[in-house]
Design a protein around this ligand. Structure first.
Ligand SMILES: *Cc1c(COP(=O)(O)O)cnc(C)c1O
Length: 387
């Protein structure tokens, strides 16, 4: 399909998903298959072995590339496998500049896996372009960033950050999991690589784990293909099919996620038990203007601080009926969690408080249920736990 001609709502349903040539089947078949017939040695019809390439995976790769406005896409067994693949490009002695609030798993692979291979990492406040610039060294090869960040939804200036990376001949890679390609396209803003955890909004139904890398650079794409085949962390055809099923409804789901989150954020901001709300769609959010520029809407994730202790906040997140107490995000169902004892428990309390993550901070992944039911659920939990 010609990407320039169609909008994302159309591409999400049709890109990479032509009806099956042989049977006319509308839906991409699940090619549950490890090896492929060759007509003569080396003479095959595009596929030899499913780690190297599988037709269901190819359709997903084409679909995701189209959604990000990228020339090339590669899928992986998880978001972490995508991130690992970008790190595979580096060599011992290389240095990486990244955010001081990156996803916990990203922080872990950087410090607990790749520092052992002699990569060095600097963790800086990515909302401060000067701090990014100052962190660069002659051996810096990669700038890795996320925006909005987790859990305070800080907004990083993608165009400004990419420019700094390129001034230093480094690669700029962006984890676009929170925003999704429906709300933000980092390649258009100068990034070289976009990474996704397909586990979140792209899959969208909390039933599959996957990752992807998108780029316009043919050489990079070839390297990613080399690592898909050499390392082997590729998704199977069933996982690829599930994500394809998810991306078809990404635009309608995201519209509802954004609308619900925005209404809940405003309701929370006016609530007497709530001290502060972190949602980029609110005027009070320090990244609001930048978010309005580089995103099409403000997403389905928000956090808030209660006028309460850690224990009371724990009581709140344990008292909801519609919101499920769980980590992760991006599914159709609303989730609630408390970073201090859950997603961010590995950070020592002093360090956590310094980073602005209060004991009473609560993060929600707003689902697509009726917003009135979600608000009533939060109100009920506040009443049960705080009064
Ligand atoms: C979940 C997540 C990841 C890791 O993805 P998995 O699919 O769980 O491996 C990476 N980055 C962000 C921002 C995430 O939310």
């Amino acid at each position: 399909m010609d990407d320039d001609q169609f909008r994302i709502e159309t591409r999400s349903i049709h890109a990479g998903q032509e009806p099956d040539e042989e049977t006319g089947a509308l839906m991409t078949p699940i090619h549950a298959n490890s090896t492929f017939e060759q007509d003569a040695p080396g003479d095959h019809r595009g596929y030899e072995y499913s780690r190297t390439g599988n037709p269901t995976r190819t359709d997903l790769e084409e679909n995701l590339a189209s959604l990000e406005g990228a020339e090339y896409g590669r899928c992986f067994a998880s978001g972490m496998a995508s991130i690992n693949t970008v790190l595979n490009l580096l060599e011992a002695g290389d240095h990486v500049v990244t955010g001081n609030d990156v996803y916990g798993g990203t922080h872990r692979i950087f410090t607990q896996v790749y520092e052992d291979y002699d990569l060095e990492f600097s963790f800086v406040d990515m909302t401060d372009l000067e701090a990014i610039e100052e962190a660069f060294r002659p051996e810096t090869e990669l700038l890795w960033l996320e925006t909005p960040t987790n859990p305070l939804m800080s907004i990083v200036d993608i165009e400004g950050a990419a420019e700094i990376a390129h001034d230093h001949d480094a690669l700029c890679a962006i984890d676009n999991t929170f925003a999704t390609p429906y709300l933000q396209n980092p390649l258009e803003l100068g990034a070289d690589v976009v990474s996704h955890s397909l586990t979140k909004y792209l899959g969208g139904h909390s039933d599959v784990v996957g990752g992807a890398l998108l780029t316009n650079d043919e050489d990079l794409d070839e390297e990613f293909g080399f690592y898909q085949n050499s390392v082997g962390a590729t998704p199977g055809p069933f996982e690829s099919f599930l994500v394809l099923r998810g991306t078809k409804t990404l635009p309608v789901r995201m519209d509802r996620h954004c609308k619900n989150a925005s209404e809940i954020a405003s309701w929370l901001e006016d609530h007497p038990d709530v001290e502060r709300v972190y949602y980029p769609g609110l005027d009070s959010h320090p990244g609001h203007e930048l978010a309005a520029e580089q995103m099409d809407d403000f997403g389905g994730m928000l956090s808030f601080e209660l006028d309460a202790s850690l224990e009371e906040a724990s009581e709140v997140v344990s008292s909801t009926e519609v919101f499920t107490l769980a980590e992760s995000l991006g599914g159709v169902e609303s989730l609630i969690e408390q970073p201090a004892p859950m997603t961010h428990a590995a950070i020592p309390r002093e360090e956590r408080l310094e980073a602005g993550l209060k004991d009473s901070l609560i993060r929600v992944s707003v689902g697509i249920e009726h917003v009135d039911d979600l608000i009533a659920d939060l109100e009920g939990a506040f009443e049960a736990a705080l009064n």
